[in-house]
Design a protein around this ligand. Sequence first.
Ligand SMILES: Cc1cc2nc3c(=O)[nH]c(=O)nc-3n(C[C@H](O)[C@H](O)[C@H](O)COP(=O)(O)O)c2cc1C
Length: 201
Amino acid sequence: MIDLQSLSELIEFRRTVKPIDALGAPNYSSREVDLATIERLLNNANWAPTHGLTEPWRFTVYQGESLSALAEFLRQAYSAYTPEEAFKEAKRDKMAAYAEHTQVAIVLGMQRHPGKIPAEEEVMAVACAVQNLHLSAAAEGLGGFWSTAPVYDIPAVRTEFGFSGDDDRCLGIFYLGFPRHDWPARKKGAPQPIEDKIIWR
Ligand SMILES: Cc1cc2nc3c(=O)[nH]c(=O)nc-3n(C[C@H](O)[C@H](O)[C@H](O)COP(=O)(O)O)c2cc1C
């Protein structure tokens, strides 16, 4: 049995650490994340709860040399599919820079099982899998960052990532690396009190 105290500590310890900071400086060290670790984290993701046991989570993993191809693909995809009025050069560059400065990028897919479970619930199950992944990463001393952007889920883009079914979705990219600096504190401190978010009946 796992004790609740240790689990609570891990939950509080988990942090978002992006591959680069607001000024574009690297946040991850050059320490490699080995294949066995990535597999272990993904195996933990695979144990997420799932309505109807559809296991809708899918992962496309980039590491090593494939990361520069991902960066270039993101740069081109953002340019090609972002409406002119929303296009921001800085946003395009940042998107590519995340992929350039990470140790691992895991593209997050939802593969829909037609007619069985509402799509919304399949998305929720993927989010549970991502939380398993992020908590497991933290337990290994790894920072993680769930990046979301509309362009990831454009059909041509998600197809390139391997999620090509009509009802499939790309729910983001999860970046992973060992932090170069001290483990960060949560932005704005602790969450707002849980008491304010509960209705007791
Ligand atoms: C579904 C989801 C999507 C997110 N997308 C982004 C994002 O696109 N950009 C970003 O800066 N942070 C994103 N985040 C991370 C939040 O910024 C982060 O969780 C928050 O700052 C709290 O920090 P913590 O994860 O260290 O507790 C996302 C988080 C979740 C759960």
